[in-house]
Design a protein around this ligand. Structure first.
Ligand code: ATP
Ligand code: MG
Length: 456
């Protein structure tokens, strides 16, 4: 789903609500003002029309319009009609439709092209059965113009107010939510890095953010404790098991020498083999848990990485030949590095062993080592069974083996790559895997030449 900042969402939401309320209020105001204007215009028509009638002289059934009576009075044009609606006196605006019906006491809005008028007709009964119609016409241009100006002003005011509210609100929200950004980036740093002892910076203000930060820090405390406990447990267990297992192994070796029959020797060898496997496993576990604790258990020294790599390749030639795999090496000479030699040797060995073990018969395994800036870059490539894309992240986990059916066989524990990862991390290096199921895999690692772990 698309990422939408909470600040933007809240700003859009409340600006939208305020804009709607503002729109209703302003529209109400506009309607009210327009109404007042129209009422005023209508009252003026009525007043002028009544005043005009008041000046007409009535004698019995006859009427006389004084000569000095104006038909145009301050924007209002007056016309007079007799009982049958025949024009008697006065004038009408040019363009005004003459056929407009006389309607007693009703305000009519008449439009003709661009001209708009408001008309008020009134029939005054001046004698029995005799009605004198007075039509007062006023152009509505004034009202329309006023209304147009007000609408424009209201529209501009609306836009300015909405923009202002959105701007101020966004700034206030940004300030209020700034600690959340800080928490996010710091928490991200902690979870990305290897140092679980780091904590979030407490905000200055004692508010919800302060409480949230405290809660997070407490959660990190608990996480760190449980990680520590787990590390301690595997380290202790491995350590405690090593001694009795060594005793079993040496006893077996002794008994093997003393065995009287081949059958007896065979049985002892089974126990010895199993003991060797468990010792190997325990040693791996111990190495991993020591790597996890940082460099304090290891000794760093300068050594020739090229030489070490050639030795590892030579050692594994036999294993490759058994599977008729062509193991080739392209190693740049004299690459010097400061690090833990036995660990780096174990790392390379694990990668090449895997490449052979999961390689295809009559296939190939290519080892390449070269200098890359201030790091050594190595790659181990095979054309074996490959790894499914969805499992590429999992292979680094302890005891993970992709092919579950192999898990029950005696070969492999699923610790090899976990160890590789820890060794690389301990040396502040990087490792990547590229693989395609059925086509093969390539493991590429980078190890800095100068190491700065806190070794002895
Ligand atoms: P061991 O602890 O003895 O090395 P393992 O080889 O099963 O046991 P890892 O080396 O950690 O354990 O490897 C984990 C899993 O990753 C393997 O079981 C295998 O499924 C997969 N894998 C590792 N390397 C390769 C490779 N080169 N080609 C294909 N799959 C591989
Ligand atoms: Mg392995």
């Amino acid at each position: 789903m698309k990422y939408r900042s909470i600040k933007k969402k809240i700003t859009i939401l409340y600006t939208g609500c305020i804009a709607i309320v503002l729109l209703i209020v302003l529209a109400g105001m506009l309607f009210y003002i327009k109404n007042i204007e129209t009422n005023a215009a209508e009252e003026e028509l009525q007043g002028k029309s009544d005043a005009f009638y008041g000046r007409i002289q009535i004698q019995g059934e006859a009427f006389t319009i004084p000569a000095d009576l104006e038909f145009y009075n301050d924007g209002v044009i007056i016309s007079v009609y007799d009982n049958d609606g025949t024009p008697v006196a006065g004038s009408i605006p040019s363009n005004f439709p003459i056929q407009t019906e006389l309607k007693d006491g009703i305000y009519q809005r008449i439009e003709q092209g661009d001209d708009h008028w408001i008309v008020r007709d009134k029939g005054y009964e001046y004698a029995e059965g005799k009605v004198l119609w007075i039509r007062a016409i006023s152009t509505v241009y004034g009202i329309e113009r006023a209304a147009g100006q007000i609408t424009a002003a209201v529209g501009i005011a609306f836009l300015i107010m909405t923009g202002f509210i959105a701007g101020i609100g966004f700034r206030m929200l940004s300030a209020a939510l700034k600690p959340v950004d800080v928490i996010c980036s710091e928490a991200g740093e902690i979870s990305k890095g290897e140092d679980l002892s780091k904590r979030l910076t407490l905000p200055q203000t004692r508010d919800e953010m302060y409480r949230l930060t405290i809660e997070f820090n407490q959660m990190f405390d608990r996480l760190e404790d449980s990680f520590e406990a787990e590390k301690q447990f595997s380290s202790d267990v491995s350590h405690e098991l090593r001694t009795p297992l060594s005793v079993i192994r040496s006893q077996c070796e002794y008994m093997l020498g003393e065995a009287k029959t081949e059958e007896e020797a065979g049985e002892i060898r089974v126990i010895l083999n199993q003991a060797e496997k468990v010792i190997q496993l325990i040693t791996q576990l111990l190495t991993i848990s020591r790597c996890e604790r940082g460099g304090e258990y290891f000794q760093k020294q300068e050594f020739n990485f090229s030489f070490m790599a050639e030795m590892v390749v030579d050692t594994l030639q036999e294993m490759a030949e058994e599977k008729q795999i062509e193991l080739s090496a392209d190693i740049e000479e004299n690459l010097k590095i400061i690090g833990e030699e036995t660990l780096l040797m174990r790392m390379l060995m694990n990668l090449i062993e895997n490449a052979i073990y999961y390689g295809k018969e009559h296939g190939f395994v290519k080892v390449k080592i070269r200098q890359d800036g201030d790091r050594i870059c190595g790659s181990v490539q095979d054309n074996g069974i490959g790894i499914a894309e969805e499992n590429l992240d999992k292979i680094w986990k302890r005891f993970y083996r992709e092919d579950k059916s192999r898990s029950n066989t005696t070969n492999g524990t699923g610790l090899g790559l976990a160890m590789v990862k820890w060794i690389v991390q301990l040396h502040h290096g990087e490792i990547k895997v590229f693989s395609e199921k059925g086509a093969g895999s390539e493991f590429v690692f980078y190890i800095p030449n100068e190491l700065n772990f806190k070794g002895k």
